[in-house]
Design a protein around this ligand. Structure first.
Ligand code: MRU
Length: 361
């Protein structure tokens, strides 16, 4: 995607460094964060400098590759008899990467693939991480092409959180069909849920749509029933962080209530996700571990004051505690279809197994 006319990916690796668009600074500042070590990349995932299922997957793959590079350079130092740091343990690094964010399936998928490649050589680990980043882009494009067939000229689409370009390496999942429709000349209007507490919709989705020249409005998180009851929404598309074998889908907190409201008003509710988000080891969504984040995210918001200085302010009553689950699970029965890189499938175990056996991972 383009920022001020220049093409960027959300995250990439050059040498032993991982570069990523700092999503905590957006939309007020566009800056690139450089993670020089596996630990830096873990920090970036944990603190949401990079975020979103697909981007987290790419970051985890790169972090695992960095761990193998670090082990290799540690061995070289040991061979040249220079005092090296403690022997770098790639299993510990893998555990650290996997502990950064528990819900996104893509993170585990990438870590495992790169770990296996790294047992051959550090170079093989880097190539595998780069291949996964490429696959991430190609899957997102295919999701966009299949998903755009659902979108008619003039459609108004509601989305939740950010499942766009920033949530993947490029294009995104839920927003990819919208970008492709827009490029095909269809007029699309997007309602972007603000998505408290971190406001990925208000800050990131809105910024992406603005850059792409797509008409949109940011709407409060609690506006969906009103909009849908007034006939203002033709379709809902969101991403997913983990999809169970029966089609139950975990996504950003608040997704489930949008699905319930959509069903009430007979509005199609689609999930867009690549197969790397599916977890066939769990029969249904009750097995999905839901990340609970710090209550500070609920209490505080940040943004520029009138002079443009970024300030962090409290927005809740001092002394109250907050509970901050980051995801919820939408049961398969609320999902009209899952837009994947292989086509649009039903949210049920037969369809999922069928496509899964074609892909073979
Ligand atoms: O906590 P985040 O911002 O990493 O949330 C994950 C998500 O981006 C969403 O749930 C998204 O819709 C999934 S696909 C990018």
């Amino acid at each position: 995607m383009k920022v001020a006319g220049k093409h960027y990916r959300t995250i990439w690796m050059e040498g032993s460094s991982v570069f990523m668009i700092d999503q905590n600074a957006l939309p007020f500042e566009f800056r690139i964060y450089e993670a020089r070590t596996c630990k830096d990349t873990c920090h970036a995932i944990r603190t949401m400098i990079t975020r979103g299922a697909g981007a987290i997957g790419a970051a985890a793959g790169f972090a695992m590759a960095q761990a193998f590079l670090e082990r290799e350079s540690g061995r070289r130092l040991a061979l040249s008899a220079q005092p090296s740091e403690e022997h770098f343990n790639v299993e510990d690094a893998r555990n650290e990467i996997e502990a950064t964010r528990p819900t996104a399936r893509n993170l585990y998928y990438a870590t495992e693939k790169v770990f296996t490649a790294g047992l051959i050589s550090a170079d093989a680990a880097v190539s595998e991480a780069q291949r996964l980043a490429e696959e991430n882009v190609q899957n997102a494009i295919s999701i966009g092409e299949f998903g755009s067939k659902l979108i008619k000229d003039g459609n108004r689409i509601l989305t939740h959180c950010n499942a766009g370009w920033l949530g993947f390496v490029d294009y995104g999942s839920a927003l990819s069909p919208i970008y492709i429709s827009n490029r095909d000349g269809k007029k699309v209007f997007v309602y972007a849920d603000e998505t408290r507490p971190r406001s990925q919709g208000a800050r990131l989705t809105a910024w992406e749509l603005m850059n792409e020249g797509i008409s949109h409005s940011i709407v409060p998180d609690n506006a969906a029933a009103y909009l849908m009851s007034k006939g203002m929404v033709d379709m809902v598309i969101t991403g997913a962080d983990r999809i169970a074998a029966n089609g139950d889908a975990a996504n950003k907190i608040g997704t489930f209530e949008k699905a319930i409201i959509a069903k009430q008003f007979g509005i199609p509710f689609y999930i867009a996700a690549p197969f790397t988000t599916f977890d066939l080891s769990i029969p249904n969504g009750t097995h999905i571990v839901i990340e609970e984040r710090d209550e500070e995210e609920v209490h505080f918001q940040s943004g520029p004051d009138e002079e443009g200085i970024i300030r962090r302010i409290r927005v809740t009553s001092p002394g109250s505690s907050a509970f901050n689950p980051a995801f919820d699970v939408t049961p398969a029965e609320y999902i009209s279809g899952i837009i994947t890189e292989k086509g649009i499938i039903g949210a049920n175990s037969e369809h999922i197994k069928e496509i899964h056996s074609l892909i073979g991972h």
